[in-house]
Design a protein around this ligand. Structure first.
Ligand code: NAD
Length: 476
């Protein structure tokens, strides 16, 4: 199957007629091709977006809201097909795509369909001066949205929905590793009545297609989610053009477990926060720190629970852990297991590839637990982004806090304790964008999302996304 670009309301092959192979990671085989788009394709998309902008930015909020709601409805109608397509493209369990990825994609559109009708410019009366100051928020124009492969439609829509709700026209690029649901979304937006040119989807490699989007002078803002190295590169390219940038980058999140927590809930959630989506979620708690008093018990129970997870064909409902997204990624993750062995880490569980019956060439890896002696090892300092977690004990609150913060990333942290004072202290002192206390991955769509340190700049979600995607002007 050949995926096409979606430009000016039409499905088009890339100008240069060059194509990239698309793999099904569950079986390790090519199942389609995607455009290897060049600057020329991006140029066509920008022209279409510029042309559509005057009309779209003047479209009433009610109409924009209706179209976004319709897109949400169509995503829900096609839930099963989209979930199966996502699973095939990415290797994630179809159950996860059905319960999380695709419903969230619909919610992203529904949320911003509502939010845009409640978002407003402001007015401040200068009392005694006979003046009113208007703070006007206006769409930016043409904006770029670039997303990663781990939560393909979920994160693609997380950017596109607020961008078009805010009145912008969009040039969007999904990851070349997982292009399928972005392609399917194009048809859905067309059916929902989104005017041509408002959303343009250009497929291709980061270093060529993505680079062309970031370099394009007429694209005034970039919303990017992906790796920290890529984010730093994008910032360097965009800075001389003074583009607005929102960068949601990597994480190496601590999961801090105190003896006074609700143990059973912690254990069950920690299995999920370690290995959901094969550990390929930027918010996974990949560094587990456990209070010494319960360390040995936790170790035993955690290994037992993880050994019960079923690694297998993502299309089977009973599968807990599917395939990693690509051969390259599998090799990268596996290389960290080798590093662990050299660094003196002790593998408590997993560490090996798995041959799934009937899919022997698929990219499967056992969920892996490694005991480390120091937070300074590469396993604790570098983002692995796979089904690999480390564990180590701590004695005091001060030590736990120091370990948690001693890393270049600052995306999220999870804290397990029933001590209120400790909760308040840690929540204030952890250098991250989100702290989960006695839970994980729970977030109201109205809240601002983003990281500190090398996990990124800017906030997306709720009104923060709309603020980022509009320009401000004051007039008096
Ligand atoms: P990546 O940085 O390799 O690629 C992300 C996107 O950027 C892809 O579409 C890619 O084609 C594009 N890209 C690559 N080079 C580019 C360039 N020079 N110019 C423009 N675009 C370019 O990341 P990935 O491997 O797809 O995703 C995994 C990473 O994403 C992990 O580091 C993970 O932590 C991060 N992530 C962060 C969040 C968050 O919200 N903070 C969420 C999900 C994933």
């Amino acid at each position: 199957m050949k995926i096409q670009n979606y430009i000016n309301g039409e499905f088009l092959p890339p100008v240069a007629d060059r194509w990239i192979e698309n793999y099904n990671p569950a079986i390790g085989e090519v199942y389609g091709q995607i455009p290897d788009s060049t600057k020329e394709d991006v140029e066509k998309a920008v022209e279409a977006a510029e042309k559509a902008f005057p009309s779209w930015s003047n479209t009433t909020l009610t109409r924009r809201s209706e179209i976004l709601s319709k897109i949400a409805d169509l995503i829900k109608e096609k839930l099963t097909f989209l979930a199966e397509s996502e699973s095939k493209d990415n290797g994630k369990p179809v159950s996860l795509a059905t319960q999380i990825d695709i419903p969230r994609a619909a919610s992203n559109f529904q949320f911003f369909a509502n939010a845009i009708t409640q978002f407003s410019s402001e007015a401040h009366e200068s009392v005694g001066l006979n003046a009113v100051n208007f703070t006007l928020r206006q769409p930016i124009g043409v904006v770029g949205c670039i997303s990663p492969w781990n939560l393909p439609l979920y994160l693609f829509t997380w950017k596109i929905a607020p961008a078009i709700a805010a009145g912008n026209c969009v040039i969007a690029k999904p990851s070349e590793v997982t292009p399928m649901t972005a392609y399917l979304l194009a048809e859905i937006t067309k059916d929902a009545g989104l005017p041509k040119g408002v959303l343009n989807i250009v497929h291709g490699l980061g270093t060529s297609t993505g680079q062309a989007i970031v370099e394009h002078k007429k694209i005034k803002a970039i919303s990017f989610t992906g790796g920290t190295t890529t984010g730093a590169h994008i910032a360097r390219v965009a800075a001389p053009m003074f583009k607005k940038l929102s960068l949601e980058l990597g994480g190496k999140n601590p999961n801090i477990i105190f003896a006074d927590c609700d143990y059973d809930k912690m254990l069950e959630t920690t299995v999920r926060s370690s290995f959901a989506n094969q550990g390929q979620i930027c918010l996974c708690g990949s560094r587990i720190f456990v209070e010494e008093k319960i360390y040995e018990k936790f170790k035993k129970d955690f290994v037992q629970k993880v050994s019960e997870l079923k690694v297998g064909n993502p299309l089977e409902e009973s599968t807990n852990i599917g395939a990693l997204v690509s051969k390259e990624h599998l090799e990268k993750v596996k290389s960290y297991i080798d590093i662990a062995e050299n660094e003196g880490g002790k593998i408590l569980f997993g560490g090996d590839r798995i041959a799934v019956k009937g899919s022997e060439n698929g990219y499967y890896l056992q969920p892996t637990i490694i005991e480390v002696a120091s937070n300074q090892c590469r396993l604790n300092q570098e983002e692995i982004f796979g089904p690999v977690v480390t564990i180590m004990p701590f004695k005091t609150d001060e030590e736990a806090l120091q370990l948690a913060n001693d890393v270049k990333y600052g995306l999220s942290a999870t804290l397990w304790t029933n001590n209120l004072n400790r909760t308040l202290q840690f929540s204030k002192q952890l250098h991250v964008g989100i702290v989960w206390v006695n839970t994980w991955l729970m977030r109201d769509l109205r809240t601002p999302f983003g990281g500190q340190k090398e996990s990124g700049i800017g906030r997306e979600g709720g009104f923060e996304a709309l603020r980022f995607l509009q320009n401000l002007k004051i007039y008096v």
